[in-house]
Design a protein around this ligand. Sequence first.
Ligand code: ATP
Ligand code: MG
Length: 265
Amino acid sequence: MDDSTPAMTPDATRDADRTTREPVVVVDHVNKHFGDLHVLKDINLTVGKGDVVVVLGPSGSGKSTLCRTINRLETFESGQILIDGQPLPEEGKALAQLRADVGMVFQSFNLFAHKTILQNVTLGPIKARGQNKAAAEKRALELLERVGVAQQKDKYPAQLSGGQQQRVAIARSLAMDPKVMLFDEPTSALDPEMINEVLDVMTSLAKSGMTMIVVTHEMGFARRAADRVVFMADGEIVEQNTPEEFFTNAQSSRAKDFLSKILTH
Ligand SMILES: Nc1ncnc2c1ncn2[C@@H]1O[C@H](COP(=O)(O)OP(=O)(O)OP(=O)(O)O)[C@@H](O)[C@H]1O
Ligand SMILES: [Mg+2]
């Protein structure tokens, strides 16, 4: 088969699945440019409740831009994005609410350096959700326990390892009770020995039913945790399929080329 084969054809099974799950994120004919660069080309993606979607693709293909657009950190020119049935708000309070509904974990940990671990996790719920301090702390401790860093609660970010900081960043996002979690290469700034502790947290999150969109180069995670792999190249979704099908039977030449490069090292 060549590139002219419609990308969705081999994906009939997942299409059927998707309709049985309530959509949490709908990206509908979205286009975006950076000047002359058409960075998102007619992107269509539906992520159902509890779906774990791993986004793969070569550098510069638009993966981060897609995540940032879903979280409204970037604008787009045409199409629409719905979160839990609601269009993305332009600005103001509604946008702040949307940002709270969409948790995002980046490559860099972005913790507040001058706040303790516990304060980092309680800040959002207290400020943006209006929770009282005691309730926010109780929940924060549960989440820090869940990601395995509760003992570090009174330390400052710089006193933690990168893997621990990234797990705190995950707990901090979860504290807002997001409807979906976006991860943009959450392990790529970590030393190798810390990658697995973060991936383990993400895998258990996936198993708990969290709706997740994950940009990663960790193919083991994709195979283990993803319901679906979305492959992007040059601003397009070229194909999407189950991990099993994608890794053993990629359809497009661009996906085959990508896989041959990443699976040989
Ligand atoms: N703010 C910006 N202004 C102009 N061009 C940008 C901007 N952000 C990204 N780009 C360009 O858009 C394209 C897609 O970038 P993006 O960061 O989304 O790719 P990516 O798939 O996440 O790549 P990587 O795997 O390297 O992280 C690239 O060509 C990049 O140079
Ligand atoms: Mg990127």
